[in-house]
Design a protein around this ligand. Structure first.
Ligand SMILES: C[S@@+](CC[C@H](N)C(=O)[O-])C[C@H]1O[C@@H](n2cnc3c(N)ncnc32)[C@H](O)[C@@H]1O
Length: 216
C-alpha cells in the first residue's frame, strides 16, 4: 500500500528539501539508538538508502574509520543536491546517487553496512521485499542492515499517535511525507537475516521501530 508513486514521492521531497531536517525532534532518538548497534568502528563501506539531506550521513561519517566509504541513494534530485553540499568536506569517501533504491545494481557484497531511515514506511510491502532482496545481495555475508521507520505504538499514547498518523496518511499522504506506521520485523526473511536488535523508541509521542539484522 503506497498511495504515492515514485514520481510523486520525488516531487514531494524535491519541494520538502531542507525542511526534512526539522523532523529531528522525533527522528533523532531512534537514530541515536540505531547508531549504537551498527558497530561502525569495524565498518568499511556503508550504503544509505533514502539518505535525504545527508544529516544522518554526517553522524555516520563522524563515527566511521577515516578510510571507510559512504554511498547515499535518494530518489529526489533536491535531496541529492543538499546531501552533496553537506558532505563535501568528506571528499572522495562520499558518493551520492540520484536513483531509486530498487534500481541500483552495485556489485554483490560491495557493502558491509546498509542503513535506511524513514524510507521503507513510504512503500508497499512488495516494494520493501524487493528492495530487501537487493540489499541482501549488496551486503557481504555477516554485513549489518539497520532500519528505522515509523511504527505502531506499544503503549496507549503511542497507539493513539500512530493510529492518528495512519488516518492522516490515508486521506492526505503528502501531509506526512508519504510515511505511515509500519512493522518492519515481519518483512525480514528469517532464512536470510538474523535480527540482532529490535526496539520501539517513542520521541514526543511518535513511535519508531529500530531494527538491526545481520545478513546470513
Ligand atoms: C522521510 S524522508 C527521510 C530522509 C532521511 N532518511 C531522514 O531520516 O531524515 C524519505 C527520503 O527517502 C527518499 N526516498 C523515498 N523513496 C525512495 C526510493 N525508493 N529510493 C531512494 N530514495 C527514496 C526521499 O526522497 C526522501 O529523501
Amino acid at each position: 500500500m503506497s498511495p504515492l508513486d515514485p514520481a510523486a514521492v520525488a516531487a514531494l521531497y524535491d519541494r520538502h528539501g531542507a525542511k526534512q531536517d526539522g523532523a529531528g525532534w522525533y527522528e533523532d532518538p531512534p537514530l541515536r539508538r540505531l547508531m549504537q548497534h551498527l558497530a561502525l568502528a569495524d565498518a568499511g563501506a556503508v550504503l544509505e538508502l533514502g539518505a535525504g539531506t545527508g544529516r544522518f550521513a554526517e553522524w555516520l561519517l563522524d563515527a566511521l574509520p577515516p578510510t571507510a566509504t559512504y554511498t547515499a541513494v535518494d530518489l529526489s534530485g533536491e535531496m541529492c543536491r543538499l546531501a552533496r553540499a553537506r558532505l563535501e568536506r568528506f571528499g572522495a569517501r562520499i558518493t551520492v546517487r540520484h536513483a531509486a533504491a530498487d534500481a541500483i545494481e552495485p556489485p554483490d557484497g560491495a557493502f558491509d553496512r546498509t542503513v535506511s531511515a524513514y524510507m521503507f514506511d513510504i512503500w508497499s510491502e512488495d516494494v520493501i521485499r524487493d528492495t530487501l532482496d537487493g540489499i541482501h545481495r549488496w551486503l557481504r555475508p555477516g554485513g549489518v542492515l539497520g532500519l528505522v521507520s515509523l511504527t505502531e505504538g506499544e503503549s496507549w499514547l503511542g497507539r493513539a499517535v500512530s493510529s492518528t498518523w495512519a488516518a492522516v496518511h490515508r486521506r492526505k499522504p503528502e501531509w506526512v511525507g508519504g510515511c505511515r506506521p509500519l512493522k518492519q520485523a515481519p518483512l525480514l526473511d528469517e532464512t536470510r537475516w538474523t535480527i540482532t536488535h529490535r526496539s520501539v523508541v517513542r520521541a514526543w509521542g511518535i513511535p519508531s521501530e529500530v531494527l538491526v539484522a545481520r545478513r546470513r
